[in-house]
Design a protein around this ligand. Structure first.
Ligand SMILES: NC(=O)C1=CN([C@@H]2O[C@H](COP(=O)(O)OP(=O)(O)OC[C@H]3O[C@@H](n4cnc5c(N)ncnc54)[C@H](OP(=O)(O)O)[C@@H]3O)[C@@H](O)[C@H]2O)C=CC1
Ligand SMILES: Cc1cn([C@H]2C[C@H](O)[C@@H](COP(=O)(O)OP(=O)(O)O[C@H]3O[C@@H](C)C(=O)[C@@H](O)[C@H]3O)O2)c(=O)[nH]c1=O
Length: 287
């Protein structure tokens, strides 16, 4: 038996949850291997629930390849919508609470102010659409869910923008980075802590919450900060979105308002650049 089961444990956020749980000496948490916890395999999920009788499930499993999703909507929808629905149904049947993770990409990205949970979603790419479908599928069957929308996740684990920049910065003399897409990076370790804090509080204030680090930046400024902190010598040119064509359109502005998560769970959110410094320090210690 385990109080908490983590789905998608082999991904970036899954690894961060493992690290934070170990650091905080949380032992009543189970990280099944993927074969045991395929969120599309309903009989296997049922067996896992029967065996572990979890009070909480954390869903980190997702199809996160934003550009690839444009030509593979079927698979993206299976994982992001049907998989989320499967977990919600099982949580309902077994009296468990679901902590689900969604994205800023559910928004169109055209507001002149930070987005609140009350703002209307209107995804502009397949990944965002399937993630929104996942949110809806959960809300339909399971009131007992905490859904955290986050943005621009990075960490020392898995693939992410910070690691890509550090690699490209070491390989190339110059880089061209989009400066007219604005949002907020999120250190996945901070998000993992927030998730475990919400579970510890379990104050039953269910629903959707926005969580990223504090502050606002563009991908260009984020890259500059990565090179500044890591002392990487590389010339970075700001470019417009049109100069870096990608299969998926991305929101122009996806800064989220975190007032609700801060006040409901009494959570302190670190400023994005401070967390970036921590992550880069940890990455350099690994070398
Ligand atoms: N990365 C980011 O920048 C952002 C992510 N998010 C959301 O945060 C969450 C965590 O993202 P992150 O950890 O970065 O993503 P990752 O892509 O690193 O991890 C996702 C994990 O889900 C697994 N997975 C895929 N399909 C299934 C399945 N059918 N059953 C079980 N596991 C499966 C993947 O396994 P495999 O690799 O073997 O397919 C992978 O380990 C996701 O919900 C994502 O949508 C939100 C905003 C930003
Ligand atoms: C590598 C590179 C990227 N870019 C731009 C493209 C894009 O607009 C931005 C980030 O690119 P990436 O492909 O790393 O990130 P992307 O996959 O768009 O990141 C998104 O992932 C999903 C899962 C989410 O939920 C979002 O919150 C967001 O984090 O940087 C450049 O301008 N120059 C470059 O050399």
């Amino acid at each position: 038996m385990s109080k908490i089961i983590v789905f998608g444990a082999s991904g970036q956020l899954g690894h961060c949850l493992k690290k934070v749980a170990a650091d905080e000496q949380i032992t009543d948490i189970y990280f099944p291997v993927e074969g045991e916890a395929n969120i599309l395999d309903e009989p296997a999920l049922e067996a896992l629930f029967e065996k572990n009788k979890p009070q909480f499930c954390i869903n980190c499993a997702a199809y996160t390849a934003v550009d690839k999703a444009e030509e593979d909507m079927h698979t993206a929808r299976k994982v992001n919508a049907d998989g989320a629905a499967n977990l919600a149904k099982l949580c309902k049947a077994h009296g468990a609470t679901l902590v689900h993770v969604s994205t800023d990409f559910v928004f169109e990205g055209n507001t002149p102010y930070p987005l609140t949970e009350a703002d209307a979603a209107n995804p502009i790419n397949v990944y965002g659409l399937t993630k929104l479908e996942g949110e809806h599928a959960i809300a339909e069957v399971l009131p007992e869910h905490y859904t955290l929308r986050t943005s621009w996740l990075y960490s020392e684990f898995g693939n992410n923008f910070v690691k890509t920049m550090l690699r490209l910065g070491a390989e190339r003399d110059e880089l061209r980075i989009i400066a007219d897409q604005v949002g907020t990076p999120t250190y996945a370790i901070d998000l993992a802590k927030c998730i475990l804090d919400i579970i510890a509080a379990d104050n039953k204030q269910y629903g959707i919450y926005h969580y990223s680090n504090e502050g606002v930046t563009s991908w260009y400024d984020f890259a500059q900060a990565i090179f500044d902190i890591s002392k990487t010598q590389v010339k970075v040119y700001p470019i417009r979105t049109a100069e870096y064509p990608t299969p998926a359109i991305r929101p122009t502005y996806s800064v989220m308002d975190k007032a609700k998560v801060r006040s409901t769970f009494n959570i302190q959110i670190p400023y994005w650049r401070h967390s970036l410094e921590t992550c880069i320090k940890r990455l350099s210690e690994q070398q």
